[in-house]
Design a protein around this ligand. Sequence first.
Ligand SMILES: NC(=O)c1ccc[n+]([C@@H]2O[C@H](COP(=O)([O-])OP(=O)(O)OC[C@H]3O[C@@H](n4cnc5c(N)ncnc54)[C@H](O)[C@@H]3O)[C@@H](O)[C@H]2O)c1
Ligand SMILES: O=C(O)C(=O)C[C@@H](O)[C@H](O)[C@H](O)COP(=O)(O)O
Ligand SMILES: [Zn+2]
Length: 366
Amino acid sequence: MYSLRELEVSLGERSYPIYIEGGLLKSSGILLRQVSRTDKILLVSNPTVFALYGRKVQEAMEKQGFSVSVALMPDGEQYKNQEEAFKVLDQAVEAQLERSSLVLALGGGVVGDLAGLVAALYQRGIDYVQIPTTLLSQVDSSVGGKVAINHPQGKNLIGAFHQPRMVIIDYLTLATLDKREYKSGLAEVVKYGIIHDINFFDYLESHAEAIKAQEAGSLEKIIYESCRIKSEVVAKDERETGLRAILNLGHTFGHSLEKLGNYSRLRHGEAVAMGTIAASFLAREKNYLTVDELERIIKLYRCLGIPIRWPDFEPPAIYEGMLNDKKVINHKLRLVLPRGIGNFVLSEDISREELLAAIRQAQNSL
Ligand SMILES: NC(=O)c1ccc[n+]([C@@H]2O[C@H](COP(=O)([O-])OP(=O)(O)OC[C@H]3O[C@@H](n4cnc5c(N)ncnc54)[C@H](O)[C@@H]3O)[C@@H](O)[C@H]2O)c1
Ligand SMILES: O=C(O)C(=O)C[C@@H](O)[C@H](O)[C@H](O)COP(=O)(O)O
Ligand SMILES: [Zn+2]
């Protein structure tokens, strides 16, 4: 009934496939056999996801002769931290993982980011495979090899670039996902349209109802196109020396909002959507966007039901948080802004006053 779609992240000897298909979990053991050098796997997940899909994945692995140990981290962004990462590392030691063993991340972006970092650290780096189960992780976090944990001072401050060996996407898992989480994932989907692909933006506008209803055809389309765009960008600039910064649209504001909300008030995608609104106001101020384009962007978030109303955190506190951004050079912020729809500009000349004004505009005008 569903057909298998395949993409490649082309990075020379570190290239890897992305497989997308409804119902793919049951074939995950067979797929993993393509990349595994030994039989030992550490499956990292959380209790919520493991209760839903853990047994199915474990059985698929064991059928192929893998021996599976399980490490569960608590559910929530606030646990993407040093303490939990080291607990999982302890479990890797206890399971006597070898250099040739494999970490399997089953869950959303929180599990994927932390498990990927564990794989990057254990014995100086072992292989891992991503099985993302949220929309956000299927369209973004499972691809590209950014792995990290948060620090009390800022998002993803402790991390590495460590590419997975394979990404296995079964979008039927989204049937059990909370609507709020689904919409959070849509925010990263909209990002690709704004910064890179006007045709994709048009598609999102004209299929908003089908997307909101999670119709299989539109799910497959938005996941495939998002992974395609992200793969192309990562293949050109793996370590974010230039182009890859476009994937950070809205994140400089968004990460600060997530931190001020103690990593629990806002979902990542919600913060990114709010950040993109501020970036769009700024782009309008600088004449990179017309009024019509700005309105189209705001309307698309609304049509998809993505919340964009900002929390009333103090603008100076938001600004302070933005200074932890990884794009900062010599204490100066650099920001990705939309340039029309489907294009971008990396702006280096934005003053503190301009940023505070954009934050106030986003807080007061929606
Ligand atoms: N590495 C990257 O390139 C990258 C890109 C984007 C985001 N991220 C990171 O990803 C994280 C956000 O990921 P997320 O939005 O997936 O959040 P998440 O991992 O917290 O998952 C959201 C919630 O959904 C639950 N869940 C997961 N799959 C489910 C399913 N199929 N059915 C029911 N419930 C399910 C989880 O247990 C959790 O409660 C953030 O930490 C963000 O920084 C990383
Ligand atoms: O893959 C990337 O590059 C991204 O920036 C994707 C973002 O959606 C993601 O949230 C990423 O984790 C942010 O990275 P950071 O370097 O700003 O921590
Ligand atoms: Zn993001």
